[in-house]
Design a protein around this ligand. Structure first.
Ligand SMILES: Nc1nc2c(ncn2[C@@H]2O[C@H](COP(=O)(O)OP(=O)(O)OP(=O)(O)O)[C@@H](O)[C@H]2O)c(=O)[nH]1
Length: 388
């Protein structure tokens, strides 16, 4: 399962974001529990189910809204100088090792200082918080590199080894690929034994940009001054105004049967008698949804997976005529795969045995056989023919 980290300074709203995104919405989660460990939970990306396009009723979506699970990890403990071991220090950074991407929850209302203490609205520039997370990550990578740099450079020089291979090995566990290290080295354009500390720092910066893909949740948008949201939007990253608090309130109200609300919707319906105070609170939330096209929480999950990390959705089936598995379930699985995944690779992703015994694949929508190296497209429905 794809793993996404939620990071941010104390009081930015990480736990609220995490809780709202992983809340065991009885209707949605097919899991007996959604929290795997205290800070690891299951959230979902939302897509338009392909069953609508095929004029089918799959029974696995909510009137066309299909939710696909991803793993979310709440990475607590980002404080200034975490890379020097302050706060939870390296534990924070270690928690990010497995994450393919990071949602950086920023207090866009500017009402908390660098350490998360409350200050007046707009007193803190949220852009500083973005820079600060980058700095912590850069310093973390820099320190890992610096620790063995001289020895490593000597080995590369004397034994005529490929620098990128050895450095990838040294960074093992952080999930770097050789190609990323190779490209980052190219930016410096020097032999590693000529690197100054400043070069190592630039190298760490380049590495971080390649590995730690990030989007920004401009949180507390319900009370943030427009100007601060716009400052964040001027950054290079994908920036999404969010109100984790409203998302949590809506999911709670939905879970308790007061409203009908599907995560990612731009509106909700009241389905139970409410008192005036509750009604008023919900109307304030409704106007936020209208203005921002939702609470932004679902959009963060979707955009990081589809826009930043380049995933698409494909539907494997066993019967290409009925679009079912062998038990007759219509479109039972929606799988997230990387753009560029081939039909044969999909077979391996379903099961190693199916991959090993792959014969060919069929595009179930067109009822046509596709080449083994056919690159899957978003919303493809695929039957894998295998001798397994
Ligand atoms: N107005 C508003 N308040 C929010 C929002 N999200 C979170 N908060 C509030 O901000 C405070 C901090 O939220 P948390 O979710 O506990 O923040 P955190 O980043 O997990 O904090 P730590 O656990 O200290 O790391 C709480 O009082 C939340 O209710 C939001 O979208 N809007």
């Amino acid at each position: 399962m794809i793993e996404i980290g939620i990071a941010g300074k104390p009081n930015a709203g990480k736990s609220t974001f995490f809780k709202s995104a992983t809340m065991a919405d009885v209707e949605i989660a097919n899991y007996p529990f959604t929290t795997i460990e205290p800070n690891v939970g299951v959230a979902h990306v939302r897509v338009d189910c392909v069953c609508r396009e095929l004029n089918l009723d799959c029974g696995n979506c909510f009137e066309g809204r299909r939710y696909i699970p991803i793993k979310l990890i709440d990475v607590a403990g980002l404080v200034p100088e975490a890379h020097k071991g302050r706060g939870l220090g390296n534990e924070f950074l270690d928690n990010l090792r497995q994450s393919e991407g990071i949602i950086h929850v920023v207090d866009a209302s500017g009402s908390t200082d660098a350490e998360g203490n409350e200050v007046g609205i707009g007193e803190r520039d949220p852009v500083e918080d973005v820079r600060f997370l980058y700095h912590e990550l850069d310093m973390w990578i820099f320190n890992i590199l610096k620790r063995n740099w001289d020895r490593l450079a000597r080995r590369i020089s004397m034994e005529k080894l490929h620098a990128y291979k050895l450095i990838t090995e040294q960074l093992a566990g952080l999930g770097f690929k050789e190609i990323q290290v190779k490209e980052a080295l190219k930016v410096i354009g020097k032999e590693v034994w000529h690197f100054s500390d400043e070069d190592i720092m630039t190298f760490a910066f380049e590495l971080r940009k390649k590995r730690m893909r990030m989007i920004i949740s401009a949180n507390k948008a319900d009370k943030a001054p427009e100007e601060l949201i716009n400052r964040l939007k001027n950054l290079e990253e994908i920036v999404i105004p969010t109100s984790a608090e409203i998302e949590l309130a809506l999911r709670t109200a939905s879970k308790n049967g007061y409203i009908r609300y599907y995560p990612g919707d731009m509106d909700f319906e009241i389905i139970k008698e409410l008192n005036e105070k509750q009604k008023k609170a919900l109307e304030i939330m409704r106007s936020f949804l209208k203005k921002n096209n939702g609470t932004g929480v679902q959009e963060c999950l979707n955009r990081i997976v589809f826009d930043l990390l380049d995933y698409i959705v494909v539907y494997p089936v066993e019967d290409e005529n009925k679009f079912t598995d062998s038990k007759g379930n219509v479109l039972p699985d929606a799988m997230l795969v990387k753009k560029g995944t081939t039909a044969r690779e999909l077979a391996y992703l379903i099961h190693t045995d199916i991959g090993k015994n792959f014969i060919h694949a069929i595009d179930a929508k067109k009822k046509m056989r596709v080449a083994d190296d056919y690159e899957l497209k978003h919303n493809d429905v695929i039957k894998i023919v295998s001798s397994a």
